[in-house]
Ligand binder design. Structure first.
Ligand SMILES: Cc1cc2nc3c(=O)[nH]c(=O)nc-3n(C[C@H](O)[C@H](O)[C@H](O)COP(=O)(O)O)c2cc1C
Length: 323
């Protein structure tokens, strides 16, 4: 399927995750079979002001293509200007992107109080205006990521507004912004959106195992499935979901495989100049999670100051045997 201006070679993509879907993690997920990845969301106003930390969040490279650069904001003029800036950076080879993805799904108070992210779900007309302004400002295709609605499901109306605005793809997280994470399955919402628009639809939410990712894809009938939290510390979920889709039954990843993936993350982070204690610690904790006996290692990680120390803790970890 085509998403943005790229033909995807697979059905499972890595979702945008603030503090986690950094360039090294995206490259790792691509190596492990993700068909496409998304950067964490970047504040459109900060892009326009040229804030270095925000430009760092948007940093992408040629080898990871296809990749979507995600932005958020509430003012269509600023959003359009941010798209124009990204477009120029892509045109001159400073950035790489197959689409600019607009976030209409973040439920966090700091984002919604500013009228951005999921707050816009209350106003499909405004969403259409933002998408249209962004599409006019940029040669790069525009895509959007939504939730089903603010407090109730109006996903079809929102999706049609996005298509009307000129977007070429849409990702639908089937939960509403206010409902939390309790409900574990609402894939039908994604199927309804798929049937109500003509642009490609990626389903998202709860694809936390290869089995659930494949089931989501097949039951919702969407074009692809976005895996976000299920890939944290577990990039080989993409390989396993691909295997499962082709009829091969995968075993869960053991510690040796996880350790190799962590070490590969470290190599990629070093190569791309982002190896530093804070993100490395966050990733390390995710790689360890789910194994027996991680409590002590987690405590050590929380106290560790340097990159070498964090790597040594992960490399020194051995899962406790099952009794
Ligand atoms: C740590 C974290 C950071 C996230 N940051 C973003 C983000 O920057 N942009 C976005 O659209 N969604 C973000 N999300 C939401 C996910 O992309 C996804 O929509 C949500 O977690 C549901 O999918 P999942 O069940 O596969 O995790 C984030 C989620 C997590 C767990």
């Amino acid at each position: 399927m085509r998403y943005g201006n790229a033909d995807l070679q697979g059905k499972f993509v890595l979702g945008p995750m603030a503090d986690y879907s950094d360039i090294a993690f995206r490259l790792l997920c691509r190596k492990r079979g993700a068909a496409m990845c998304f950067t964490p969301f970047a504040n459109a106003a900060a892009i326009v002001r040229g804030i270095p930390a925000t430009l760092q969040i948007m940093k992408t490279c040629k080898e990871e293509m296809p990749v979507g650069i995600q932005i958020f904001g509430s003012d269509e003029k600023i959003m359009a200007e941010a798209c124009r800036i990204i477009d120029q950076k892509v045109a001159c080879g400073e950035l790489f992107a197959s689409c600019i993805d607009i976030n209409f799904g973040c439920p966090s108070g700091t984002v919604t109080r500013a009228g951005a992210g999921a707050a816009l779900l209350k106003n499909p007309q405004k969403i259409a205006g933002i998408v249209s302004a962004c599409a006019s400002a940029s040669q790069l295709p525009i895509t959007a990521k939504i939730r089903a609605g603010w407090a109730s499901d109006n996903s079809m109306e929102i999706a049609r507004a996005i298509e009307r605005g000129g977007a070429v793809g849409i990702t639908v997280h089937w939960r509403t912004a206010t409902e939390g994470r309790k409900r574990s399955c609402g894939w039908a919402v994604v199927g309804e959106v798929k049937r109500s628009v003509g642009i490609p639809v990626i389903g998202n939410g709860g694809a936390t195992t290869p089995e659930k990712a494949v089931q989501f894809l097949q039951e919702a009938g969407c074009d692809a499935v976005m895996v976000s939290s299920g890939a944290l510390g577990n990039p080989s979920i993409f390989k396993r979901a691909n295997w499962l889709l082709s009829g091969r039954l995968p075993e869960p990843a053991g510690w040796n495989e996880k350790l190799e993936d962590f070490q590969e993350y470290v190599r990629l982070a070093e190569k791309h100049g982002i190896l530093s204690p804070k993100p490395l610690r966050s990733h390390a904790i995710k790689f360890l999670s789910g194994f027996r006996g991680v409590k002590k290692a987690r405590q050590q990680l929380n106290l560790a100051n340097g990159v070498e120390e964090i790597i040594a803790i992960v490399e020194g970890f051995t899962p406790a045997p099952h009794l």
